[in-house]
Design a protein around this ligand. Structure first.
Ligand SMILES: [Zn+2]
Length: 258
């Protein structure tokens, strides 16, 4: 970590980071980006950012007509892992009930067959992913029941501690760089860093120094301010790869919030 943090980072995180350093620890961060469908200008910008900052990246991709092109583009990037982002990323929740691809009455068998077909599409495109990222982070119990029978071994939602949920290894994202109400835009430096400070404090007070914090981005929705912030953020905080973190994931079970 650089000796001199930019002012906003120093004001928002300085005292907390000093407590971490005093205890001999540094925050453990990983990075998930959602909604990749194919090679695009913003994807190039994302890959270039990851490369320049030497930040391993988990790219949650949607199976569609350009998946093979996406896989080809990414396979030359050593730090980038492709994850499965839903079946088709279609909202099936009833009007006014939020967003999700799997809904309350869905049978586990149906989820199983959707998973099978989706994983096959990724394999045909030339990649064998091991992580499932449900669209809108909507992690339904049917998914957790179906996942152990699939070639996928892990799941990523939002805001829970890393561990095991319903028998499936889990590593969530926690820090969304965007706000979504009335159109996606940068969440704002202070809002983002204040939330990060809360997450750091929780981990420090619980002695969970190695409990990861997941950065969440959506490269297709970033405005200029978002890209600028990410450049700065990734210059300060080193990022660990998902595979690396899940290899030594803590064995504490996570309660399922259904
Ligand atoms: Zn998504």
């Amino acid at each position: 970590m650089p000796a001199r943090l930019p002012l906003a980072f120093r004001l928002a995180l300085g005292p907390e980071l000093r407590l971490w350093a005093k205890a001999g620890h540094a925050p453990v961060l990983w990075w998930r980006d959602d909604d990749a469908r194919g090679p695009t200008g913003p994807l190039e910008q994302l890959l270039s950012l990851a490369r320049r900052r030497e930040a391993p990246l988990t790219l949650a991709a949607i199976a569609g007509p350009h998946l093979t092109d996406l896989v080809r583009r990414v396979e030359t990037e050593p730090g980038v892992e492709i994850a499965v982002h839903g079946f088709r990323h279609v909202n099936r929740q009833p009007e006014g009930r939020g967003f999700g691809e799997i809904v309350e009455g869905d049978e586990v068998e149906w989820v199983r067959s959707q998973l099978r077909a989706t994983v096959m599409a990724f394999h045909r495109a030339g990649v064998a992913p091991s992580l499932f990222v449900p669209p809108w982070n909507n992690l339904r119990p049917q998914l957790l029941e179906a996942l152990p029978d699939s070639p996928l071994s892990a799941v990523s939602g939002f805001d829970q501690n890393a561990g095991v949920t319903g028998g499936v290894a889990r590593l969530d994202a926690h820090l969304d760089v965007l706000r979504w109400k009335d159109g996606a835009r940068f969440r704002g430096t202070w809002k983002f860093l204040s939330r990060m400070r809360r997450l750091l404090k929780q981990r420090r007070l619980a002695g969970q120094w190695n409990q990861p914090i997941g950065l969440l981005t959506h490269h297709l929705d970033h405005d200029h301010a978002t890209w600028l912030f990410l450049e700065q953020f990734l210059a300060i905080f080193p990022i660990r790869s998902r595979a690396d973190l899940m290899g030594d994931a803590p064995a504490e079970p996570t309660a399922l919030s259904a």
